[in-house]
Design a binder for this molecule. Sequence first.
Ligand code: HEC
Ligand code: HEC
Length: 393
Amino acid sequence: MLSNYCKVAATNHGQYCIFTVIKLNSFYNCYKMLYKRQKLYGLLTISALLTITSCVKDPDIGAPIMSCGTPYSIVLPAQTPPMPIPEDNPMTVEGIELGRHLFYEKMLSGDNTLACAGCHLQSEAFADKNKFSIGIDGFIGSRGAMPIANAAWADKYFWDGKANSLEEVVLFPIQSEVEMHESVFKAIKKLQSTEQYPTMFYHAFCDSTITVENMAKAMAQFMRSITSYNYRSLPNLGKDLRNSVQQRGLQVFQDETKGDCFHCHTLTTFTTNFDFFNNGLNEDPSLNPGLAGQTGDPQDVGKFKTPSLLNLRHTAPYMHDGRFQTLREVVDFYDTGFHVSPTLSLDLLKHTKDGKPVARAWTEQDKRDLIAFLITLNDDSLINNPKWSDPNE
Ligand code: HEC
Ligand code: HEC
């Protein structure tokens, strides 16, 4: 029975227990976060995390089980860098499927009405249409939901980089008062009391006792599996652009005297380098310090995560605070609307003079062409792929 779900270790040295390897940094961050919010829960989590999580003996072979579930191999386009996958959370078919159910599970919220998917809608490229997301108590947050595709390749998450792994990400929205407002311990209790989840956790992790750690791992696996590409970016750059307007738009995007967008929104498969920059949204960035709020480094004041430009048709309104409704507003902002401050990115600083943006050498037509190019960067397979859809429908 067990061997159906559990991959047996290559070694045959008899029976022993496997301890989950907890990366010290993610452990510390998780602790830090929980400790800040709920001191008692923080301590409980530490002891839960330190518990041996899998100690399973295969009844048929007698060999130790190194990992559970059927290994999942992800197929990526040739030019895509290998997906970084944490050693202690390999992707499995069962883990991803469990993660998918959890992602669409309303029980993870305080009043059982809001799932992750309530703000990260597949039909909207896993973002939502709201300027600010609305949580279960009707509280409106101060940031827009981020699209989730290709998150596997980033090493910092959220607009201000406050989480260091997708495993860690999961704990924020569940516990956030303005989002799902539920204690993770109550959430796993609810899951444990269902018929379906203990079995699904067993299939994924060889353990039907649900832990916060395994819940986070399953959801992280599901999110890693969500990938999105557009072949109009490198290395097929522009090859299938349908008309000369879009072709010219691509040139404007690349031209350092015109759009000059490509340093941050790199035209690789992801159209972002996942890095953090101050792109001049605020006159006084210290009021909304972004990455600096996490690192404490004055150089990071006003820096936010560079979003992908894939699926812009779905991710409006734009920027972390959803301040722009249209791409036209975004382009005008990069032309003469941005603010100069000490941490402004050098790629924007070079388009300024005497502390003010200087109009670039682009024409009205260039701007229109640029927008025509940007809206070609769509990937409908992300929106339509049934493997990321609601499993209950
Ligand atoms: C109430 C709406 C809401 C719900 C529910 C919600 N999110 Fe989010 N999500 C957001 C917002 C808003 C952000 C950006 C927050 C920030 O940067 O502070 C975000 C950011 C993220 C990111 C970061 C992406 C990146 O590229 O850095 C991930 C991953 C994510 N959410 C996953 C989840 C998961 C998993 C759940 C369920 C456990 C969830 N979200 C539930 C609104 C929501
Ligand atoms: C210095 C790096 C940098 C340059 C250059 C740059 N961007 Fe950005 N871009 C960012 C960052 C960082 C954000 C997110 C800022 C935030 O919300 O706080 C962003 C956000 C955006 C968004 C919003 C996406 C969304 O889903 O919310 C669009 C669209 C965009 N940029 C287009 C462009 C275009 C077009 C150009 C060239 C004219 C350009 N960017 C140049 C760094 C850059």
